[in-house]
Write a protein that binds this ligand. Structure first.
Ligand code: PMP
Length: 497
């Protein structure tokens, strides 16, 4: 039997040997009684250590596929080819790089959804009690007369719906044509499609630190190398980007400029202008993730980089997940027509076209003017919930804890007192029925475990009132059990930046 091994492959060599022999046995190429090469000889033949072959043989023995007898050597056992009950060899079957970009944080966050015994500050969803009434009965009527609207729409999305999106953007001084818009099944899909069409293994992406962790996962799955650029209360530090550009040549800079997830900061107009200018000079794409844009509490909106850019360096991603609900799975990409053409091609491999029902419902909802009214009300609603959370933090947070005062969006970002770890805190809070997002996944390299992200849109006011003191009490308890610096900055309750 010819065994081939690939030393550059990520799967261990013993697994490669094990799997090839196993397949040959099940294929009938190695019938019962076949004598296998002794470990030493096979090791020499494959130029590997004897222990590597030994490990492979041991695993085959454990599964009853081979047997060794003194004086007889190692022979293939009599196996019933039909009845192998062992599990698939998962390690071998999955893409070896999967674990590098995979992180089931989102799955873990959702396990508490719908459990009334848990107060969850961990999610990043619209308030489930504020999902607007979409024109479902109207849709029902339309479908009764004409089901053909359920036929396929263009890959880039329904034309009427794209027109509605163009109008929505025009209200924010972003002017684009139909061929510059692609409807997405949520903006996460846009991040992933942008990664697919731009990035090759080894390419560089600059990302904010902290940032939205599922974006990092998309870039990593495309094989990109991530360089973190810190944010402060004015967003990503463009001075630092300018310095880094002398050394690195990123294909793309990912930013979430309005009420950023997780820190809630917004990029200042000066920095937006600077970044657009740098993109023109150094020729990179700005992936502008506008997930929370439009959800500001006070100020006028700062113009988007898509609006400021005159040359086509910005890919703008919008979503209806944060204003309507995540389950509607609708978002859009606005970009230069060449990018949209490429993105439409890449999209076909994942999902042939966007969901027609969701497009129809949101289009109607926007046409009637109800969408704008809903978003106005939502902003006030979220502002009042944020205030409750902020007041509870001001009241209960221990000395040394810092937190942001969001001007919009979904989250308060907190820096824990010196020496307190978010992962320890989560363990304690879960015992008391409270969960939040620890800061670690939001960073690629920096130590994120000193931060937590707490969401104010999903929990009820009562849950916010009860849950924040529980988090703060547990921080205080942990502080008592830790020997930490006595020089805690007395200017507690400061914004996190
Ligand atoms: N970008 C950011 C910054 C987000 O926080 C999220 C969701 N939490 C998304 C994109 C993805 O949202 P969706 O795919 O539901 O539009």
């Amino acid at each position: 039997m010819n065994i081939t091994i690939d030393k550059n492959e990520k799967h261990p060599i013993y697994m490669q040997i094990y799997r090839q022999i196993k397949c040959a046995i099940y294929a009938g190429d190695l019938p019962a009684g076949t004598l296998l090469l002794p470990e030493r000889k096979l090791a020499v033949k494959l130029s590997v250590n004897r222990s590597t072959v030994l490990n492979a043989y041991n695993r085959l023995k454990e599964e009853g596929l081979i047997d060794s007898k003194v004086g007889q050597g190692t022979i293939v056992a009599a196996v019933n080819i039909q009845s192998d009950s062992s599990e698939p060899s998962w390690n071998q079957l999955f893409n070896a790089k999967l674990e590098e970009f995979g992180n089931d944080m989102l799955g873990k966050m959702f396990t508490h959804l719908g459990n009334n015994d848990i107060i969850s500050f961990a999610l990043g969803m619209a308030d489930p009690n504020w999902i607007p009434d979409l024109p479902i009965s109207k849709l029902d009527g339309v479908l009764k007369n004409n089901k053909s609207i359920l036929s396929q729409t263009p890959v880039a999305g329904d034309i009427d719906f794209r027109e509605s999106i163009c109008k929505l953007l025009a209200k924010k001084n972003m002017h684009c044509s139909l061929e510059e818009i692609m409807v997405l099944s949520g903006s996460q899909q846009g991040i992933d499609i942008a990664s697919r069409i731009m990035l090759q293994p080894g390419d560089i992406v600059f990302a904010e630190a902290p940032t939205y962790f599922l974006a990092l996962q998309s870039f990593k799955s495309a094989g990109a190398k991530i360089i973190e650029v810190p944010v402060d209360h004015n967003g990503i530090k463009t001075e630092q980007i300018e310095r880094l550009l002398k050394r690195y040549h990123p294909k793309c800079i990912y930013t979430n400029p309005d009420y950023q997830n997780p820190s809630s900061c917004s990029m200042s107009l000066e920095r937006r202008k600077k970044l657009v200018d740098l993109a023109g000079r150094f020729d990179f794409i700005i992936l502008e993730d506008a997930a929370y844009t439009g959800l500001g509490f006070e100020e006028e909106e700062i113009p988007s980089m898509y609006q400021l850019d005159k040359k086509g360096h910005v890919v703008y991603l919008g979503t209806f997940s944060k204003t309507i609900c995540s389950g509607i799975r609708m978002g859009y990409m606005a970009a230069h027509k060449n990018i949209i053409a490429m993105a439409s091609m890449a999209r076909q491999n994942i999902d042939i076209h966007p969901n027609i029902l969701s497009q129809w419902l949101i289009h109607e909802f926007m046409q009637s003017g109800s969408y704008d009214t809903h978003v106005q009300n939502l902003r006030l609603h979220y502002k009042s919930k944020m205030k409750v959370m902020l007041n509870q933090l001001i009241r209960y947070a221990p000395e040394g804890m810092e937190f942001s005062k969001p001007m919009g969006g979904y989250y308060i970002w907190c820096k824990l007192p010196e020496g307190i770890r978010a992962s320890d805190l989560l363990v304690e809070c879960i015992k008391d029925g409270v969960v939040f997002m620890p800061g670690k996944p939001f960073f690629q390299y920096e130590d994120g475990d000193k931060y937590i992200r707490i969401n104010f849109t999903v929990p009820s006011v009562e849950q916010i009132e009860n849950g924040i003191p529980i988090i703060c009490t547990n921080i205080k308890k942990l502080m008592k059990t830790k020997i930490h610096s006595q020089n805690i900055n007395p200017s507690s309750y400061m914004p996190v930046f």
